[in-house]
Design a protein around this ligand. Sequence first.
Ligand code: HEM
Length: 405
Amino acid sequence: MDTASDLPVFDPRKLDDAYYGNPFPVYADLRRLAPVYRCPDGSWFLTRYADINAVYRNPRLYSSDKRIQFAPVFGEQAPLYQHHTTSLVFNDPPLHTHVRKAFGNALSPKMIVAMESGVVALVDRLLDGIEERGRFDLIGDFAAAIPVEIIGNLLRIPPDEREPLRRWSLAILGALEFGLSAEQIALGNRCVEEMLAFLSDFVARRRGSLSDDEDDLLARLIRWESEGYRLSDLELYHQCIFLLNAGHETTSNLIGNGVHLLLAHPAERERLRADPALIESAVEEILRFESPNQFGNRTTTAGAELGGATIPAGSILTLCIGAANRDPGMFPDPDRFDIGRSPNPHLAFGAGIHTCAGLSVARLEGRIAIGRMLARVPRLRIDGEPVRSRRARFRGFDSVPLATR
Ligand code: HEM
């Protein structure tokens, strides 16, 4: 293929198994021949690092507000619409600035440092069970079990009330995929309602017993006030829903993709074994190579010029993080998995004012979960066919059968 007209039609609403298995050749063709690609539904699909980075860093021209986009999909009264248009990630300043300050204050560096021993204990407990069993599923028995506990701890949700969190999270974030069925939307709506009911009861209990010495994330969000701004109860619930969801599937996928990548690249695994300090750059390379969050979205507030294309006001852009992170203009030999890669300025956590607020939590979980699993189970191997999840926005596996001996 030499010109844009040679490209087969790319429609993010109609993706096939080959794409879910390995979307990177599709991204490479788009990036080379049509880096600002007009999709059949009129939206634009961006694949070049420089363009995506420029969009992230200009929130005035490229808005995160999704009201116009989500109204026809969900309906303005629908719980999914109410949730997604209230959460900070889908808002612009000034609302975004207020809520982001509250999050910045709540997820303090001190709190992150204090989390480490809890993450180690949790990972070791899971590994004890796994070593005894000999065979296990990397996702269900390990990767998916970690974030739910960590965010549950951050918000101090009692352990016996955490069971539905993963199901809620998958359904609510799943409703951001392309080409949704009526059943998926109905399930997402039901899960927002269930989560709101749970949080209104849970926050009321916390408020009723909150003492001055309690300094966890939820206590800080409840008390937060700055420049006359406080979160209303409903805003607080929606931000908590977002927090529980944002740190959930993404981090499971970081852990699942990471362990799978290292098992599939024995030389890199051996490098890590010989030099465990490489775990920090290994986590960055996993985030770049198989970015858990593959897409972001923005809407133009005025006409824009990007990569030689003229884009009208009100256009919807998909920022393909997964493609930006394999851009040869930014990363030498981008399709090589290199756990020592440096520098590695990937966009897996986005960039600009909406840069992931939980990136230190995610890095901590990734470092401990992946590092300890490979160190403690030296004979770990893939023992069956891994199953990729059929989701384009969130890249990960539904299951990866592993054996410990
Ligand atoms: C590997 C794991 C993770 C990945 C790949 C990831 C990725 C991202 C990305 C790409 C964004 C930017 C969205 C945009 O600009 O459109 C974002 C935002 C956000 N993430 Fe994460 N995330 C991860 C884990 C977490 C965790 C563990 C938490 C919470 C504990 C979290 C909380 C947030 C929040 C609150 C935002 C919204 C920030 C804002 O709009 O200002 N994330 N994340």
